[in-house]
Write a protein that binds this ligand. Structure first.
Ligand code: HPA
Ligand code: ZN
Length: 348
């Protein structure tokens, strides 16, 4: 689907993107050489650039009876395998600057990228390499490309809560009150049997530190309605990342609308495994029911290289939304973002 001039020129704000999900194969290849790290998934090594490119054809599961393949990584496995080439402060800086340069090309004016610090510290990478690399990119991205960013610390929800809390304590000097890199916390990685309530204390601590809170409630995951319910009513989250399953339950929709909680949706991520005629009418339904949402990209490099502009084009084209409605969705992102009011005014 080609990006129309209307979508290309629309001023954009991106609120759901994992920075590690923007690591393009060319930079990954370069960093592997620079750091002398093999490119691989489990016992499989990728010896050529073509083999590496092939590895982005991920499977949804490893069970042949469900149509999966054993020899191919799942999406999250591919994502964490990609992380392995990131070691030094410069690596993290280069990753983030690549993304912010691309933002400028797409007329993305402000972003709130997620980062998974535990994906690096658990490999033995010092937290300062990650945090200082992103911090330097936050500053240079704003001054060089005019793309401002406030970052979101993610707990890996499938790791022990204590590990996440320890990582958070290490990162705290880089939060809003310190160096100013991140101003919110979220939950990422595999949600299976890892409901938001497990992190209630961690969220409360972050709020006490002056940070905003959000959580992933992945579309179609096990216990998705219960996860959304906990997010809205128990943890009292400010946004939900995905959360498209709210449409099945009136009380969840009412909870979102009453509390003005918006959804950061990523249409292409769902379109990978949902029929067009099932998925895209849901956008119209959300609009009709007064649920606030915005359009985002999630992990573009691991999702067929579809970025925020491609996601917006899909909503516009398959969702049958008007130009006015697309402008409204772009404005919703400004409304939902956590930039200072002065910055918000400057974006639009
Ligand atoms: N879902 C959950 N966790 C993630 C994702 C995702 O799409 N990408 C990176 N971490
Ligand atoms: Zn996500």
């Amino acid at each position: 689907l080609a990006i129309s001039p209307f979508i290309a020129s629309l001023p954009k704000v991106e609120l759901h993107i994992h920075i590690e999900g923007t690591l393009q194969p060319a930079l990954r290849w370069k960093l592997a050489q620079r750091n002398n790290i093999p490119l691989r998934f489990k016992s499989q090594e990728y010896h050529t650039y073509e083999e590496l490119l092939d590895s982005y054809n991920v499977t949804y599961n490893h069970r042949p009876e469900l149509g999966g393949r054993k020899d191919v990584p799942t999406f999250l496995e591919a994502y964490f395998a990609g992380c392995e080439v990131l070691l030094t402060e410069d690596d993290f800086y280069d990753l983030a600057m690549d993304y912010l340069a691309r933002c400028r090309e797409m007329n993305v004016r402000y972003v709130e990228p997620f980062f998974d610090i535990q994906a690096h510290t658990r490999r033995g990478v010092p937290a300062e390499h990650v945090l200082n690399g992103y911090l330097r990119a936050q500053r240079d991205g704003a001054s060089r490309y005019g793309v401002r960013s406030n970052w979101i610390f993610c707990f890996l929800r499938d790791e022990p809560v204590e590990d996440g809390e320890a990582a958070y304590q290490t990162a705290l000097p880089w939060a809003k009150s310190g160096h100013g890199l991140f101003h919110a916390v979220g939950l990422a990685s595999n949600a299976y049997e890892r409901p938001p309530i497990l992190f209630k204390k961690a969220f409360e601590r972050a709020q006490a530190d002056g940070l905003h809170i959000t959580t992933h409630c992945d579309f179609g995951q096990k216990d998705t309605h219960e996860h959304i319910r906990q997010a809205i009513f128990d943890v009292q989250i400010e946004r939900i990342d995905h959360g498209l399953d709210v449409l099945d339950r009136d009380e969840l929709i009412a909870g979102l609308v009453d509390r003005n909680v918006g959804l950061t949706l990523c249409p292409h991520a769902y379109h990978r495994r949902t029929a067009t005629e099932v998925l895209f009418p849901k956008l119209r339904e959300l609009l009709d029911k007064g649920v606030k949402f915005c359009i985002n990209s999630d992990d573009p490099v691991y999702m067929h290289d579809v970025w925020i502009d491609g996601n917006m084009e899909k909503a516009y084209h398959y969702g049958g939304l008007t130009k006015q409605e697309m402008v409204q969705l772009a404005r919703n992102a400004v409304d939902m973002c956590w930039a200072d009011e002065a910055v918000k005014k400057d974006i639009y």
